[in-house]
Design a protein around this ligand. Structure first.
Ligand SMILES: [Zn+2]
Length: 300
């Protein structure tokens, strides 16, 4: 049996242990941020997640997943140059270019014209975009680039350069997600943020949306219609991202090319740069004129 003093000592010790445990618990909780009072029912994408997505390597790109785009010191300096962006208009005037058919899906252009469109997806990249632009310059042709929004933020000078050289820039969404996995609101965000970025860089809005991976559903169609965008697919997938060899890429295009063809290539794989001059030469030899998607789908 405990004497009163010892009993009191044990009770005091027990209370002290409880107090110490409580203090430890409070300190532990303090290590973790508490995000508001959300119950999770109203999940909203934090704006910083939208703006600062560093997903150059995590893009579920159609092309080479191993592709890495090391940024040199010089590129970093250029990327950090201050660009005079036009003010981003969150309610831009989506006036449609009336020479384009509204809200259509394009898989090819006019079959009566000997024209084709080269399209480059998933740029811009510090290593390859300028090389593509140089090749196009040398061959004196214009093409269409479906940049990814989060990449445009990293390389604004490449977006500006592409636009100033007269190439067409289409919407390829902000983070290159499969749009069929998103809610209507999330699809709007993916597409509208891109439109606003392009508006800020060039003062113009894109005419085309190319959905990542070619995945679309009725909601995607409705959103693109509401935003005045035409869906642009392709006639020929060159599979240039498969590292299949230059000759195979050439053979695929040669065997399928026809009037109005839209050719899917990628901005990123080195092999695309290597084979591009041959692709253009081959198309010119066959009598095809290489034009932008705007021109290919222009109604006279
Ligand atoms: Zn893509």
């Amino acid at each position: 049996m405990l004497c009163p003093d010892k009993k009191y000592f044990h009770v005091l010790s027990a209370r002290l242990i409880v107090i110490i445990c409580l203090m430890a618990l409070i300190v532990a909780i303090g290590q973790f941020p508490i995000y508001g009072e959300s119950t999770g029912a109203d999940k909203k994408i934090p704006s910083e997640d939208i703006v600062n997505v560093d997903n150059e390597k995590s893009l579920s790109r159609d092309s080479d997943p191993e592709n890495t785009d090391t940024v040199s010191v010089e590129e970093n300096e250029r990327a950090s140059e201050t660009f005079e962006l036009l003010p981003i208009v969150f309610q831009p005037d989506y006036s449609i270019n009336l020479t384009l058919p509204k809200h259509k899906m394009f898989r090819c252009g006019d079959p009566s014209k000997k024209q084709i469109a080269l399209t480059f997806d998933d740029g811009p990249h510090s290593k390859t975009t300028e090389q593509i632009l140089n090749i196009l310059d040398k061959c004196d042709i214009k093409a269409t680039f479906f940049f990814v929004g989060s990449m445009m933020v990293q390389y604004p000078y490449l977006v500006k350069k592409t636009y100033e050289k007269g190439h067409c820039i289409g919407n390829h969404t902000y983070t290159h997600k499969n749009l069929t996995n998103l809610t209507e609101r999330e699809i709007y965000e993916e597409v509208e943020i891109y439109n606003n970025l392009i508006w800020g860089f060039t003062g113009k809005k894109p005419n085309f949306l190319r959905v990542p991976g070619g995945n679309y559903n009725d909601t995607v169609i409705n959103v693109s219609n509401n935003l005045g965008l035409s869906l642009a697919f392709w006639t020929i997938n060159s599979y240039d991202y498969m590292q299949q060899g230059r000759q195979r890429t050439l053979n695929i295009i040669l065997s399928k090319v026809s009037n109005g063809a839209i050719i899917l290539l990628h901005d990123g794989p080195v092999e695309t740069i290597e084979v591009l001059p041959d692709i253009i030469s081959m198309l010119k030899e066959k009598g095809y004129q290489c034009v932008t998607l705007d021109e290919l789908t222009l109604k006279e």
